[in-house]
Design a protein around this ligand. Structure first.
Ligand code: CP
Ligand code: NVA
Length: 307
């Protein structure tokens, strides 16, 4: 049996892989919008394992698998043996003998890597403490839909150097664009944790307005990610000046877009004026999770399908 291909972090795919997946996402989305059935994964089963809460990720994977002709099974740690100490390696052996593809949302990246090492089928990262590659896949697809290729463009990241930020930084190295990061002191990017090769695709700015200057895209995320709730009070104080507002957006290019993976907290990491304003494409981003993940599942299960 040949080892399956996994999608555990953004750099697991090459620029050529992304060109294919984005083209398939475009084709699959257009077909879906015309109400034309497309069932390449007929009779296939997706298992989704959630150790953290989710609205978009569960919905987009579950609906996406049904739309591709297969079925999806939801497991969480509260009412499965996963929360009662069964080794992740054993769970991977069992789950991957009964399914065709697995999606996991969990805590440390190491957990998903151990699962994948013992899985007979492809494993997709649906968010870990370190990375959120499916979201950046959707975000870059959304950028391309609105503005064309992201190569050579500048993305401003304002806020926490979390799983979203790390994944943007990896994407910049793979797809050749720049990320300007501004975090409060003490919350800076850790290049090793982000899994970077140090190719000079990111720069750090103490002042978030300077990070946004000339940017093609401004993006942010919650100040406190899932799993870090104990730090919430300290973070609310530390991040107070890292709220994306109209002044930051005005420093960027006139045609700048605003993105947020959601869920958002208006008045914390972004003002209502910005997230609900004309530069915001957050609803397209959320919808595109569905289309890009359908293309991703098709690619991982069937390989390179052409029209
Ligand atoms: N953006 C995102 O992954 O949303 P959920 O937490 O709702 O899945
Ligand atoms: N950084 C956030 C993203 C949620 C989709 C978190 O990990 O909670």
């Amino acid at each position: 049996m040949t080892a399956p291909r996994h999608y555990l972090q953004f750099k697991d795919f090459s620029r050529e892989d992304y060109a294919h997946v984005f083209a398939r996402a475009r084709w699959i989305k257009d077909k879906f919008k015309r109400y034309e059935p497309y069932h390449p994964l007929f009779d296939r089963t997706l298992v989704m394992i959630f150790e953290k809460a989710s609205t978009r990720t569960r919905l987009s994977f579950e609906a996406g698998m049904h739309q591709l002709g297969g079925s999806a099974i939801y497991l969480n740690t509260r009412d499965s043996q996963l929360g009662r100490g069964e080794p992740v390696e054993d769970a991977a052996q069992v789950i991957s003998r009964m399914s065709d593809i697995v999606m996991i949302r969990t805590f440390e990246q190491e957990i998903i890597e151990r699962f994948a090492a013992n899985s007979r089928v492809p494993v997709i990262n649906g968010l870990t403490n370190e990375y959120h590659p499916c979201q950046i896949l959707a975000d870059i697809f959304t950028f391309i839909e609105h503005r064309g290729s992201i190569q050579g463009k500048t993305v401003a990241w304002v806020g926490d150097s979390n799983n979203m930020c790390n994944t943007w930084l990896q994407a910049a190295e793979v797809l050749d664009f720049k990320v300007h990061v501004s975090t409060p002191p003490g919350y800076e990017v850790e290049p090793e944790r982000a899994g970077l090769h140090g190719t000079g695709h990111f720069a750090e700015f103490a002042d978030p307005i300077e990070a946004c200057r000339g940017a093609d895209l401004v993006t942010t995320d919650v100040w406190t990610s899932m799993g870090f709730e104990a730090e919430n009070e300290a973070r609310m104080k530390a991040f107070a000046d890292w709220c994306v507002d109209a002044e930051m957006m005005a420093a960027a290019k006139p045609e700048v877009l605003f993105m947020h993976c959601l869920p958002a907290h208006r008045g914390e990491e972004v003002t209502a004026e910005v997230i609900d304003g004309p530069q915001s494409v957050v609803w397209d981003e959320a919808e595109n999770r569905l289309h890009v993940q359908k293309a991703l599942m098709e690619y991982l299960v069937l390989g390179k399908v052409e029209d």
